[in-house]
Ligand binder design. Structure first.
Ligand SMILES: [Zn+2]
Length: 257
């Protein structure tokens, strides 16, 4: 794990109180909590998924969280994006979310980047991370994040939500990747952008909670139940399925590595 020189090496007394319900947990201990403290995580997108997963990671004690998003808060966001209120309309999402996270947990270091993650900044943003949580709203960013995570061997936990449906998967180490799962050349056009589609208020928050939960398992316990697996959540039947997926021999991302 990357360590920041200005962080204490151990948990302070106030941190022990703050995280006491986690440290008491069977299967979770001070060692796991300290691993969280020295973890660096990038949250791609401050929409319905990014708002909730960032908040859960900040509350749980992930030491350094960077949030990146170029957008400003709009009225139609408030139905599901939990960090924002009417007072935030017109302000940058990344900055409002970062301010909220700092208020929730002053022990964690929050960085906000007001920019779209693209080819110009992806490597610099992704390479230093211990994990990337993708909650962006478009396919081009999702493929780029996958490719750069693969290039720098940075674990990726990727969540998406449209309508009543959600998906979650993890790419880690030599695992198959998002491009293996859904080859970009076969992907539907941008007409399925989450930004333009209907979504129930709860769907992105369910998926963000699962994504943040998986991130805690990985960062604290080095567990990765969804590595090279796709979790599908159906919000109408309330059913969840987990499917394994394999390397695509023709995957340009895995071949390039
Ligand atoms: Zn691949």
């Amino acid at each position: 794990m990357n360590q920041s020189p200005d962080l204490d090496l151990e948990l302070s007394e106030s941190e022990m109180h703050l995280y006491s319900r986690q440290i008491l947990l069977d299967g979770w201990d001070i060692d796991a909590q300290e691993k969280l403290k020295f973890s660096n995580v990038l949250i791609v997108g401050c929409g319905g998924i990014g708002c909730a997963s960032a908040e859960l990671l900040a509350r749980a004690g992930v030491g350094q969280i960077t949030v990146v998003d170029a957008d400003t808060v709009e009225i139609s966001n408030l139905q599901r994006q939990m960090a924002f209120t009417e007072n935030d309309l017109g302000f940058y999402k990344a900055e409002i979310l970062a301010k909220r996270l700092r208020q929730i947990n002053p022990h964690v270091q929050i960085n906000s980047i007001v920019a779209k993650l693209d080819i110009s900044n992806a490597e610099a943003l992704i390479a230093p991370q211990d994990a990337v949580l993708d909650g962006c709203d478009n396919f081009s960013t999702r493929y780029l994040v996958n490719a750069v995570c693969k290039q720098f061997n940075v674990p990726l936990i990727s969540a998406s939500a449209i309508g009543f449906q959600g998906q979650l998967f993890m790419v880690e180490g030599d695992s198959a990747c998002y491009e293996c799962l859904f080859p970009e050349e076969q992907q539907a056009n941008e007409s399925l952008r989450c930004a333009d589609s209907g979504v129930l208020a709860t769907t992105p928050n369910v998926m963000a909670s699962l994504q943040a939960h998986h991130a805690l398992l990985f960062l604290g316990l080095n567990a990765f139940p969804l590595r090279q697996k796709l979790l599908l959540w159906d919000g109408l039947s309330m059913k969840q399925r987990v499917l394994s997926f394999n390397h695509d021999e023709n995957c340009p991302v895995c071949q390039a590595r």
